[in-house]
Design a protein around this ligand. Sequence first.
Ligand code: HEC
Ligand code: HEC
Length: 187
Amino acid sequence: MKKLMIGTVMLLLAVTPYASALDADLGQIAGISRTCAGCHGTDGASPGVMIPIIGGQMAGYLSLTLEEFAADQRPGSAMLKFAKGYSQEQRRGISAYFASKTWVNSPWAAHPAAQKPELVRACAGCHGSSGEGRGNSPRLAGQAPDYLHHALLEYQRGERSAPTMGLMRAYDEAAIRQMADHYSSLK
Ligand code: HEC
Ligand code: HEC
């Protein structure tokens, strides 16, 4: 019995400080997320046409791209400053936080464009057959149409350096518009 009590006390001593440190981290991350809400909306469900939805996005992608902003490997005026303002651990925490939220489709309708599904055959292997995302490949389905268009043009021009998306250099503006509209309209 005595042994058991000592064991319990030891366990409490071991667990309590850890649990409160974890709570503090969660509190801190929730606090940081309020800074993001001004632009990315409540729980990352961005209502903007040029500000991406981040709630429910793939954790691997959020984390990867926050590192890219922090290292100036991707353009994004306000985001360069925000990403650099946090430690790598905080950037990972905030990525996991937003990834755990529910994805809410963009309220913006895709531009009416003749859709050519054959154009996106090359994309499905990484982004999923319905653009749902996989690992570091972001979800595209239901993302704001003008934001997707802008993002694809950045890859096409080589302004975003990710080698995985180097294939965009082969497409013209019209094809890029159609791909952006296609993925945005998949809900
Ligand atoms: C002043 C407005 C503003 C604030 C505040 C802001 N963002 Fe952003 N964020 C943007 C814009 C605009 C973009 C799109 C940048 C681009 O590619 O041109 C963006 C892009 C992103 C992306 C890339 C998403 C994708 O699909 O590629 C992530 C991740 C992100 N923001 C996370 C955050 C986090 C986390 C915070 C809070 C710490 C935050 N943002 C605060 C405006 C903002
Ligand atoms: C080999 C895997 C792969 C293929 C094929 C691929 N992608 Fe990607 N895609 C990625 C990865 C990984 C990223 C994140 C890159 C980064 O770090 O910027 C990405 C990023 C994107 C983004 C940025 C989304 C955002 O929220 O900013 C868009 C849009 C996109 N891809 C569309 C496409 C389209 C359209 C095609 C087909 C023509 C395609 N991708 C083919 C892996 C792939």
